[in-house]
Design a protein around this ligand. Structure first.
Ligand code: NYM
Ligand code: MG
Length: 212
């Protein structure tokens, strides 16, 4: 007798500096995967729709000031408030495409001078991404893209420091994609990696936790 085993969805995270093209690539990847019959939800962090998210949004738009550690913890809390919903969605077999996650949380706060280990602690035991798609772009190139500089952190020297902390977090779940390529070339690289990790999650790959 065959017993139906629930196959979980994959937690796929897109990361990169501001204006690296994450949001449009995320949207395109979601429609590609849906056309292939996958169940996919697009999420993003910060999730500015919650009460915590609104505080984060005021901070980013420079209408509110907050202590560096306090805003770090708010970004983390904004993920913790979504943890159970994230886990149940994955267990229901839906793949999550997430625009930024804990990796942004650590890289942006560490770039301000907060201790790297301290920054990681707030992420401990959150679900780890099955795949991190890192859109690798030269900060100078990103800065020439539209609307750059409106939000806090959108400044070339700061983004350079963020990039070094991203580099320190790379592990075997990361796929580095050259985001200086054409939109189509970038999308092609993302598709291959996403299809393959969705398959391995269906075959029973365990959902891991951040950061041991
Ligand atoms: N950011 C994002 C953080 O500093 N910590 C975090 O935990 C997250 C998720 O917020 N410059 C920063 C990175 C971005 C900014 O994100 C807003 P977006 O994707 O540009 O709206
Ligand atoms: Mg941004």
């Amino acid at each position: 007798v065959k017993v139906a085993v629930e196959k979980r969805g994959a937690l796929i995270v897109l990361e990169g500096l501001d204006r690296s093209g994450k949001s449009s690539q995320c949207r395109a990847l979601a429609s590609f995967l849906r056309e292939r019959g996958e169940s996919v939800e697009e999420w993003r962090f910060p999730d500015r729709t919650t009460a915590i998210g609104q505080m984060i949004s005021s901070y980013l738009s420079q209408t509110a000031e907050l202590d560096d550690s306090a805003i770090h913890l708010l970004f983390a809390a904004n993920r913790w408030e979504k943890k159970s919903s994230m886990e149940s969605t994955l267990r229901n077999g839906t793949t999550l495409l997430v625009d930024r996650y804990s990796y942004s949380g650590v890289a942006f706060s560490a770039a301000k001078g907060l201790d790297f280990q301290w920054c990681s602690t707030s992420e401990t035991a959150l679900p780890a991404a099955d795949l991190v798609l890192f859109l690798d772009i030269d900060p100078e190139v990103a800065a020439r893209r539209g609307e750059y500089g409106l939000e806090r952190y959108e400044e070339v020297d700061f983004q350079r420091r963020v990039a070094t902390y991203y580099q320190a977090m790379r592990d075997s779940t990361w796929q580095i994609v050259d985001a200086n390529q054409s939109v189509e070339e970038v999308q092609e690289a993302l598709r291959e990696a996403a299809v393959s990790v969705i398959q391995s999650c269906k075959s029973g790959a365990e959902l891991l936790r951040l950061w041991p």
